[in-house]
Design a protein around this ligand. Sequence first.
Ligand code: HH2
Length: 256
Amino acid sequence: MVMGIVNVTPDSFSDGGLFLQTDAAVAHGLELLGEGASILDVGGESTRPGAEPVAIDEEIFRVVPVIEQLSAHGRVSIDTRRAEVARAAVAAGATLINDVSAQLWPVAAELGVGWVAMHMQGEPATMQLDPVYTDVVAEVCAFLEQRATEAARAGVSEIWIDPGFGFGKTLEHNLTLLAHLDQVVALGWPVLVGTSRKATLGRILADSDGVAEPVNPQDRLAGSIASEVWAMHRGAAMIRAHDVRAAIQAAKVVAA
Ligand code: HH2
């Protein structure tokens, strides 16, 4: 499955400002559904490294009209860290809470919707300053296992886990996690992976192209697909992607 990204934000790292108006976000979401997305992930707050938090009212104001319209056409998830935003989004038609803070399972249990637990070390504003792990795979797996078990106990019936590529992790941490993604999959919950256009890919491509600067997010399509194919092959059940059409084509070939 491919989860298509709809960022209703002025400052997302790869598409900030493109879909801030409701009409533009809805049109983009419909396009991604047409390309084959199984679910649309609507977000009103950038969690890119260094991003400042958005006021809760503003986040709700951004996402609710978009979710109201898109949920008439396909499944919608809400990408948020805030319980209030999750509630408003579910009232507007979202049926999955994509939670980069991995704290909102009680809200998912109460509302009877699905929940994604993503691993993040620290907070977006500071998470990339100095991420440290003794054993990144073991620590991320232990965290996800604990949160998913807690959510299952609370009665959440649809639980996803996500290692959180780029969230409080160096390039080496990200690659180690992808290399050992089978260990995350072995925990037994369906795994979501989001590598699309992320900075680690830009850095790898810079090195391989012999240029010093990371390649910009718009030039990371081939790198995104390569990492997504890897994740699919290692057992990820869903890929969170900006470039849905290309991810779906890659998934069809992997499946074949
Ligand atoms: N990555 C981003 C946001 N939400 N959710 C999950 N479950 N997994 C991810 O890897 C993930 C996520 C960051 O990407 P994007 O939404 O494109 O950027 P921004 O946070 O700048 O809006």
